[in-house]
Design a protein around this ligand. Structure first.
Ligand SMILES: [Zn+2]
Length: 146
């Protein structure tokens, strides 16, 4: 975690995977993005991220065998799911040795304090536009501990 930055904690339902999202975002004025692709809709996922340099996400798999990765659509991003309880916790994207991520807002303990989610349609973007958007919006300091 980053010193001086509020920490939002969360994780999957069974506790096998926990999330620690350090961010200065103010929940009441931050709306998660409800992606309208078929996979995110099936999960009811809405994504939060913070591209500021002091933001950080730690995904910790207390039971590493339950950390599942799934690619869909353009297969550019990887969804992180718990193999035990099935909850979708985060999405990550690797490029040039850097990892970018967004968090599924529903997995954070503070989920009720965020502004209502807004719909986003990344599936309408070309692959290069999509990755450019993620580099711009997603968390840049990402650690996956498994
Ligand atoms: Zn779980």
């Amino acid at each position: 975690m980053t010193a001086g930055i509020p920490l939002l904690e969360g994780g999957c339902h069974c506790g096998a995977i926990t999330l620690a999202f350090s961010t200065a975002l103010v929940p009441a004025s931050t709306a998660a993005r409800a992606c309208d692709c078929s996979f995110c809709r099936a999960h009811g996922a809405a994504w939060l991220s913070d591209a500021n340099a002091n933001a950080q996400l730690i995904v910790h798999a207390h039971r590493p065998e339950h950390l599942r990765r799934y690619r869909q659509g353009s297969e550019t991003a990887q969804f992180l799911l718990c193999g035990a309880c099935g909850v979708l916790v985060a999405v990550v994207f690797d490029e040039d040795g850097d990892t970018y991520a967004a968090v599924n807002a529903g997995c954070l303990a503070a989920r009720e304090t965020f502004a209502p989610a807004v719909t986003a349609s990344p599936q309408t973007l070309a692959p290069a536009e999509k990755t450019a958007r993620w580099r711009q919006l997603w968390i840049r300091d990402v650690q996956i501990q498994a």
